[in-house]
Design a protein. Structure first.
Length: 151
């Protein structure tokens, strides 16, 4: 079985990590932990010193490093607490919805697991719920893990 676990470092994605650890999975199960760097888009404006492109490049780099750290942190926890699982970690850049869906399709995932921030219908619509988009468009089964601390 191939499980794509999407994490973002929040308490909600931590609940998804704990759910992966808690369950008895079939022998040979692979878990690919994915975190997506989603830097703010660069909007050029009059900048004769070209400071803003350099600042944008630095913010993108920091966001990519954060995503890689979050993925590796979750993978390390799974490896320690569920040693029978084969675990890999990766940080990618882009729109979280698109990156998760593309990764699941290209890797041939059997299941996508991610946490829900529990925003509700109106706030989720305004913010663009990643979990909602993944459920609607995933090429495989999807499990949304809710945190007990969800608002």
């Amino acid at each position: 079985m191939k499980i794509l676990l999407a994490v973002d470092g929040s308490e909600f994605s931590q609940s998804a990590v704990e759910e992966i650890i808690r369950r008895p999975w079939p022998s040979g199960t692979e878990v690919r932990v994915l975190s997506v760097a989603h830097p703010l888009p660069y909007i050029p404006f009059l900048d004769p010193a070209f400071i803003s492109p350099a600042a944008h490049f630095d913010s993108v780099k920091q966001e990519e490093e954060r995503a890689s750290r979050e993925a590796e942190k979750a993978a390390k926890e799974i490896r320690e607490k569920a040693p029978d699982l084969k675990v890999t970690a990766e940080g990618l850049e882009g729109s979280p919805k698109k990156v998760i869906l593309d990764a699941a399709e290209h890797w041939g995932a059997d299941l996508i697991v991610l946490g829900s921030h529990g925003y509700g219908a109106v706030k989720g619509f305004l913010l663009g719920s990643v979990s909602h988009a993944v459920v609607l468009h995933a090429p495989c089964s999807v499990e949304i893990v809710r945190s007990l601390q969800a608002p």
